[in-house]
Write a protein that binds this ligand. Structure first.
Ligand code: GLN
Length: 534
């Protein structure tokens, strides 16, 4: 049986429970243990696929096509392992399963209740992760005290009763605020959050206390005394400038040893050399690079989480001091505005997105990048924009557009495929997950990937309309990646440009700190080269 670590949050949200969980995962992995991670979200949406990026941030997609919480992106990036649909469940999904069982008559006439039917389903999902893993880390979304979280907390309380203390651990993430007027760090919110947790029968084994500044022994003693947690188990998770430094903070605080001791497992040496090289590179850049990321969700950068992280990984490997200029494509839509916003960008990236807002700005931005020979990287909607812009301005196709934005447009260069015409349920009905793609030999794409067969993750409904292949190619746009049956266009590029590559998939989901994605790497290389031409 695997050992289970549960990460719970208190005091307030946004304390970085996902990063904390992912960092613990990394430490165990670096000790040589097999680790898998899971997030249980208390909201009622069946998955985050139908939730607005403005509210919920990015929807992360796994190889098997699950639309998941963005924390799964952190998990994959830290533990370096692809996860699947089992790694994310919501109350909505759990209730859906329970209600379907009820309709089938599986409960044999019993009254179906939150306890035990919902809690049993939660425990089943947790146990399902065991397989041949040494450790399962389960993050419980939300904050203790939320009504929605209660079935989850009850389920993990029961889990410990059934599996024993030596097989389960509760790690509680709290906050110790600095009250500036008093110049003091305050422990009361942590005390109260822990009371709340104990009220439902959970005594944390370890506290991870976030704070702006390091706290002293007096504070640690106070927290230990009032929370009933050993002093050594009260860890000061002090703020760090970069999320990838969090595991180092935990090593310094002796967390790996505490975990191994609790579970009575061998404490292997942690080999942190490659992670440290990555951190050192971030801290000691040799050159600057400025990338404009242009989209409509830029005020909520969580919406582009994986894109931002993928840029950071690629920049670190080339020792680049990366500045991301988030450009709002809705506000910046005239040529003059775009020129002003983008004139000092070394490279331009248009990420994925949905809906018509900000589209004209994106089309104008793609035109600016093409005409001024600025390295350009389009992702998903960014690729569709590149195609629309080229069709309109180079091929002269009147009213070339996507039917997503204008159903009756004269030249639908981006359109629905047959199987998408009859969709009546929005959730889970896009082209989702990993699909193979064949690259054209000698193309920029093949040079970037250094191979000709790749697999990348998708999340979109619209596709390049094959009727326009010939006209676009005749005018100089190269189709350099397609599905193996050649029916779906996956990559387009402009050979007559220093770097102009646009992809229908989301390469950002597969970038790792120790293994940056080749497109991001080459895009940055081209962007640095572009500086010399200015
Ligand atoms: N809105 C576009 C589509 O559904 C692009 C989606 C995306 O960028 N992820 O096809």
């Amino acid at each position: 049986m695997a050992k289970h670590i549960f990460v719970i949050g208190g005091v307030l949200s946004s304390l970085g429970k996902g990063i904390a969980s992912a960092s613990i995962g990394l430490l165990l992995k670096k000790m040589g243990y097999n680790v898998v991670m899971q997030k249980l979200d208390p909201y009622l949406n069946v998955d985050p696929g139908t939730m607005s990026p403005f509210q919920h941030g990015e929807v992360f997609v796994t190889d098997d096509g699950a639309e998941t919480d963005l924390d799964l992106g952190h998990y994959e990036r830290f533990i370096g392992k692809p996860l699947n649909k089992n790694s994310n469940a919501t109350s909505g999904q759990i209730y859906d399963t329970v209600l379907k069982k009820e309709r089938r008559g599986d409960y044999l006439g019993k009254t179906v209740q939150v306890i035990p039917h919902v809690t049993n389903e939660i425990k089943r999902l947790i146990r399902k992760m065991d397989d041949d893993n040494d450790f399962v880390i389960t993050e419980i979304g939300g904050t203790v005290g939320d009504i929605e979280s209660q079935p989850f907390l009850e389920a993990i309380r029961q889990f410990r009763m059934e599996n024993g203390r030596e097989n389960s651990m509760f790690i509680f993430l709290t906050y110790v605020p600095l009250i500036r007027s008093a110049g003091e760090l305050k422990t009361k919110p942590t005390q109260h959050a822990t009371y709340k947790l104990r009220e439902i029968g959970i005594q944390p084994d370890i506290l991870l206390c976030r704070s702006e500044e390091y706290f002293n022994d007096e504070i640690r003693n106070k927290i230990a005394l009032f929370t009933n947690v050993d002093k050594d188990h009260v860890i000061n998770a002090v703020d760090v400038p970069c999320i990838y430094e969090v595991p180092r903070v935990y090593i310094k605080a002796n967390l790996p040893a505490l975990i191994c001791k609790h579970f009575n497992v061998y404490r292997y040496e942690i080999d942190f050399r490659d992670w440290d090289t990555f951190l050192n590179n971030i801290k000691n850049p040799e050159k600057k690079v400025k990338i404009a990321v242009c989209g409509k969700y830029v005020k909520h950068q969580d919406a582009y989480k994986s894109v931002g992280e993928a840029l950071i990984h690629a920049a670190a490997h080339q020792k680049l001091d990366l500045t991301i200029n988030w450009v709002d494509s809705e506000k910046n839509h005239t040529e003059a505005m775009i020129k002003e916003q983008l004139q000092d960008a070394d490279g331009i990236l248009i990420p994925g997105g949905f809906g018509v807002r900000g589209i004209e700005g994106k089309i104008a931005i793609a035109k600016f990048a093409r005409e001024n020979k600025i390295p350009f990287f389009g992702i998903c909607l960014g690729m569709q924009i590149a195609v629309i812009e080229f069709a309109q301005n180079v091929c002269g196709l009147e009213n070339a557009y996507s039917t997503e934005f204008d159903e009756g447009c004269k030249n639908p260069v981006i359109d629905l495929m047959n199987d998408q015409h009859y969709i009546d349920m929005m959730g889970g009905s896009m082209r989702l997950g990993a699909f193979p793609c064949q690259l054209k030999p000698q193309s920029l794409a093949a040079k970037v990937y250094k191979k000709e067969n790749i697999s990348e993750r998708h999340r979109h409904r619209y596709e390049f309309n094959n009727q326009y292949r010939d006209i676009l190619e005749e005018n100089g746009m190269q189709i350099s990646g397609t599905s193996p049956d050649d029916l779906l266009v996956e990559i387009v590029e402009l050979p007559d440009h220093p770097f102009y590559l646009a992809v229908q998939f989301h390469p950002e989901f597969k970038s790792r700190p120790d293994l940056p994605h080749p497109i991001f790497s080459e895009f940055l290389r081209a962007s640095v080269e572009n500086q010399t031409k200015k």
